[in-house]
Design a protein around this ligand. Structure first.
Ligand SMILES: [Fe+2]
Length: 368
């Protein structure tokens, strides 16, 4: 079977690279719809700097702010209508994974009638600027939407969802609070580890995944403890982009299959759900991938598969995040249905070790 490697978008990386957003956008369109979240991009001053950069490059902009976490397709449709009404030629996303995913939906729906299935056609050009080091959405061909009526998450994947440009400016992550740094960082680590263990992994994704694991593993706690550490923030941002590209190509696994129902059904933020599940699911995976798991434990004493899981447990503990699903408000009665949903999820089918709904239920229970 042949493999297809999705090329990354054009990537600008480095402290202060946000200032180049205007020049990048000017080559894509003369009017931009800027998509941002509820508060942080404005509070940190990043939104103002982005608008200044656009203005100086001669790009007019209209703001579509207040994008909440876990976007729905309705949010994307509303943004697309605003883009059409404004005559926007380019979409600029500034925010965390939810904002970047919503902007992908907006860019697609502004050009097409619908985006269910595997979007391939040309969407409006999209410039993605992450303010968290986690989702990797700015380099991936994946966007996740919540279907509230079904309590499900829909992960869309297609070349039509790839940004034209990704701007990785670690300065934008300096004000990210410690717990968000921890959860989004562990989500990124999960992208890399699941890509490395995926049934669809191939040599190029392996390279990206192992590099991401090294960068994130060596800088996550430093970034949690001192958010103003520029080297740790730069390593995290680069690492999560490598993880996102690896995962976009090789796919995710059981951690993400189990994490999505926790978000859609119980309201647990995506990154926190993934962070919590990661050690237990990797422990479950061990018998199917001793060698690969040991390779991911580089740096741990002994470097065996058990060390890898122990390393994950101590990362979760030291990060200060809640360590149980109960602490996130999840009730035992919700677990059986979530296990059924997770077992049928596409990501579960890519997992290195096959898991039945019964085994998944036990895993959820072990994290309760
Ligand atoms: Fe994730």
């Amino acid at each position: 079977m042949s493999v297809v490697f999705q090329s990354p978008p054009r990537i600008l990386a480095g402290a202060g690279s946000l200032a180049e957003a205007g020049t990048e956008c000017a080559s894509l369109g003369k009017k931009a719809l800027v998509v941002a979240g509820k508060r942080s991009a404005r509070a940190s001053g990043a939104l103002e700097r982005l608008e200044t950069s656009l203005r100086e490059a001669g790009v007019a902009c209209v703001l579509q702010a207040e994008i909440a976490s876990d976007p729905t397709l309705d949010v994307a449709a509303a943004g697309a209508a605003a883009a059409r009404e404004a005559g926007a030629g380019v979409i600029v996303a500034l925010g965390g994974g939810s904002v970047l995913d919503a902007a992908k939906g907006i860019a697609a729906l502004a050009a097409w009638d619908r985006i269910d299935g595997c979007p391939r056609g040309a969407a409006l050009p999209l410039v993605s600027i992450p303010t968290t080091a986690g989702s990797g959405s700015e380099v991936s061909r994946v966007a996740v939407f919540t279907l509230p009526e079904k309590q499900l998450k829909l992960a869309l994947s297609g070349d039509g969802l790839i940004s034209s440009v990704a701007i990785l400016d670690p300065d934008l992550t300096l004000t990210l609070p410690p717990l968000l740094t921890a959860s989004t960082g562990l989500d990124a680590l999960a992208h890399a580890m699941e890509a490395y263990l995926s049934r669809k992994a191939f040599p190029q994704t392996d390279l990206l995944a192992l590099s991401a694991i090294r960068r994130i593993g060596s800088s996550l706690l430093a970034a949690v403890r001192n958010g103003r550490d520029p080297e740790a923030r730069a390593a995290m941002l680069l690492g999560q982009a490598e993880a996102g590209l690896a995962c976009s190509n090789a796919g995710a696994g059981l951690v993400h299959a189990m994490g999505r129902p926790l978000g859609a059904g119980c309201g647990v933020p995506h990154a926190l759900a993934i962070a919590l599940l990661l050690p237990a699911v990797m422990d479950f995976n061990r018998p199917a991938c001793e060698e690969r798991m040991a390779e991911m434990a580089l740096g741990a004493s002994g470097g065996g598969s058990r060390d890898c899981v122990a390393l994950l447990r101590s990362l979760l503990k030291d990060s200060g995040l809640p360590e149980t699903l109960s602490a996130c408000g999840v009730k035992e009665a919700a677990l059986p249905r979530m296990a059924e949903v997770a077992a049928a999820n596409q990501s579960a089918l890519l997992n290195v070790r096959a898991a039945s709904a019964g085994q998944i239920l036990k895993l959820y229970q072990s994290c309760l």
